[in-house]
Design a protein around this ligand. Structure first.
Ligand code: M6R
Length: 355
């Protein structure tokens, strides 16, 4: 049942601290200062990585690809439906990773089969034990999010992000100093709980629910979160929403920005990405767009915001998980205010088994 929640989606959003604890369980060794996914013990470090996935899982794949490239490994996320007919060239040591909550998505299975047929080693990152993807791939990493009933992927996305981070760190070294990352991962379920307990997402949703179009911008690891924020918004609220890499706004989408189009900007850390995204915020502000900033408070981004959604300060690599929780909640409350059937949006299915 829904355990007292109005919708499975809200229940599953609230289950995220537990889901992440499960995902992390036994995979962090604080004493040794190591991260290890047991089931991967004999997988060699790949020379390059192709990630294939659809929808929300594709956004997790983008995050994983960003991590791999930061670690110096050539990697790209591919939409599974495109990869199936236009596959990227494989090298001998290319690993092809399929990310799929269900492990049954036809487009993703076809892309993985195509890669296997061309001789690639394949790995599935999935929530479903013994799913087709888990059975057909050479290796499998379980995200351990528990059952997800709502059509909108929520806790499984958070768990995909964390499982991807563990996977990449296990295969290749993403950071020089692992201790702060291990600490941030250990504290992540608590930080997600803090977001759930203190969020202003409901108030933000109420402020903006009269608009017909919503934009989301982010950079680096927050770019896929911007895309995911927009996907969740369109999927359950039926409102027009688009996510952009913050730097792309001025290359076209800025023409759509008016006083009627709220812009969600995700700004974490205080580095170059934050500084540049703040410039992009100023550009939309100049067009009178309502600006909602999702931030850890480390930059001055909140100063340029009409509304702020705060997240706890965490490691740069775990910040996307926290920012995304705020956006999940905004979409949920927006859809709820608009009276949409949140758990079963029109025209959509939980598992898409046709190409
Ligand atoms: O089971 P999968 O992760 O392979 O599903 C892929 C997409 O169909 C899925 O993520 C879809 O985009 C979600 N319903 C979005 O919330």
């Amino acid at each position: 049942g829904k355990s007292g929640y109005d919708h499975y989606m809200l229940k599953e959003i609230n289950e995220q601290p537990d889901a992440l604890r499960q995902c992390l369980s036994g995979r962090l060794d604080e004493l040794e200062g190591t991260i290890e996914i047991e089931e991967l013990s004999d997988l060699p470090a790949p020379g390059s990585v192709h990630l294939v996935a659809c929808g929300t899982s594709y956004h997790a794949a983008m995050y994983a690809a960003t991590l791999l490239r930061e670690a110096g490994v050539p990697a790209a996320a591919h939409l599974a439906s495109e990869y199936a007919t236009a596959p990227a060239p494989l090298a001998e040591d290319t690993l092809v990773v399929g990310i799929s909550q269900s492990g049954e998505t036809a487009d993703t299975l076809t892309a993985l089969r195509e890669a296997r047929a061309r001789g690639a080693r394949t790995l599935a990152v999935t929530n479903q034990v013994s799913s087709t993807a888990a059975r057909e791939c050479d290796d499998v990493v379980y995200i351990r999010a528990g059952p997800e009933i709502g059509v909108a992927a929520t806790k499984t996305f958070s768990s995909q992000l964390v499982a991807s981070l563990l996977l990449v760190e296990d295969l290749v070294d993403v950071v020089d100093d692992l201790d702060p990352l291990i600490e941030a991962l250990r504290d992540l379920p608590g930080a997600v709980q803090e977001v759930l307990d203190t969020t202003d997402a409901r108030e933000v949703a109420a402020e903006i629910s009269g608009s017909d179009a919503f934009f989301f911008i982010g950079r680096g690891g927050q770019f896929p979160v911007a895309l995911e924020g927009a996907l969740k918004c369109k999927e359950i609220s039926y409102e027009h929403a688009e996510g952009f890499a913050a730097g792309e706004l001025k290359h076209g989408p800025l023409a759509l920005v008016t006083s009627e189009t709220p812009v969600f900007a995700i700004v974490t850390g205080d580095g170059e990405r934050a500084r540049k995204t703040i410039s992009n915020i100023k550009e939309v502000e100049a067009r009178d767009a309502p600006v909602v900033v999702v931030t850890d408070g480390r930059s001055e981004a909140a100063r340029y915001a009409d509304l702020v959604l705060e997240i706890p300060d965490t490691h740069p690599l775990t910040a996307p998980v926290l920012a995304n929780v705020q956006l999940q909640l905004v979409s949920y409350h927006l859809a709820n205010d608009l009276g949409r059937p949140i758990d079963k949006p029109r025209n959509l299915a939980k598992s898409v088994t046709v190409e």
